[in-house]
Design a binder for this molecule. Sequence first.
Ligand code: GDP
Length: 413
Amino acid sequence: MGAIAVIGAQWGDEAKGKIVHHLCRRARMCVRFNGGANAGHTVEDARGTARLHLVPCGALYPGCQGVIGHGVTVDPWVLTDELGGILAQGRSHPELLLSERAHLVLPHHRLEEEREGVAERLGTTRRGVGPCYADRAARRGLRLADLADERRVREHLRAARVAGDGFDPEQVVEDLLRFRERFAAHIGDARAAIAGALERGEGVVFEGAQGTLLDLDFGTYPYATSSTTTVHGIGWGTGISTARVERVLGVTKAYTTRVGEGPFPTEERGEIGDRLRTAGREYGATTGRPRRCGWLDLVALRYAHAVNAFTELALTKLDVLSGLREIRVAVGYRIGGQRVTGFPPRAEDLARAEPIYEVLRGWEEDIAGIRDYERLPSAARHFVRFVEAQVGVSVTFIGTGPGEEAIIVRGRR
Ligand code: GDP
């Protein structure tokens, strides 16, 4: 099966979790390369709903190892809780490998996000991920490999003045050492392990967190996340060259959502937005915040394709559009009276963009759970073909409901 990347093509929450989980049935490894506990991937299967923040989705399958690359910020407290939750659902303990080069999210990172008003201003998830990446870039972070050196851990926490923040540094040290003890056998050279799996021809799924439009460089800066969310994050966050990735699957909803602040040209604040939010259950998996909702934006999707060179698309949550008389899709923008087809680099310009819509026919039929493309109403098939033609990429997966079986799988055209 080779290497396949699953990349969010919008502002995150594209239902990547379900697609990754589906692909991992046949994979040996599921690899996270970016973000941290600010991600929230949901998998709904026979054992219930698993909300994962750090554990790679595929690791819920026995036989598929979850690998956390060095580009991921690891919060040991969140990871420990999450594993507890997974075991409580009667699942087996996921097989994990954490990169020794990954940086640790420490209690003061969360506080920093609050104190500096970053969470408020940019609408971040308050998980301390941004401050952890900032420490990494400033070369003052603590990495998983450092946990083997107790003195180093103590000194680090002293220098970070954890005590002044109301944390008991002794307790933090103790927690970290206990974490190290529990995971010692699972902290190692993740890059070499992934390279080995690829050498042996095993299936490796790279699970992107957040989406292209939240990328630190290609996203709507500064309303962005602090990591590389695009396909390029694979090299950045694991050390495996993107040249080794055979399939790049872009995941997009049949409409658009965004959490937190920042420009969103196709946002619908009225009835349509409410309807999409209710039908799509659009509330954040990490924060519970209601998501902003609007129409599908093909300007943004074409841009995401330009950045990632998708080999195929997954179009999720198509069932949410059922019952709408007409469906709008943005095919261009007008900014200050000028028609533009590109995605502007400045958030200020994007905020002024007025979408130019193409209006497509809707469908009445409930399509929930359909697994055969030919059984979709003709208007729904037309919608899919319209997206394919506009972006120039085949849609190979279509989501038709929350459950893991509610998916149409098609070949590439
Ligand atoms: P991720 O972060 O990209 O994995 O997205 P989330 O996990 O936040 O969102 C996925 C949510 O949407 C989960 O509750 C899924 O069960 C649900 N979901 C996934 N695919 C579909 C679909 O095709 N239709 C509907 N209605 N819900 C879906």
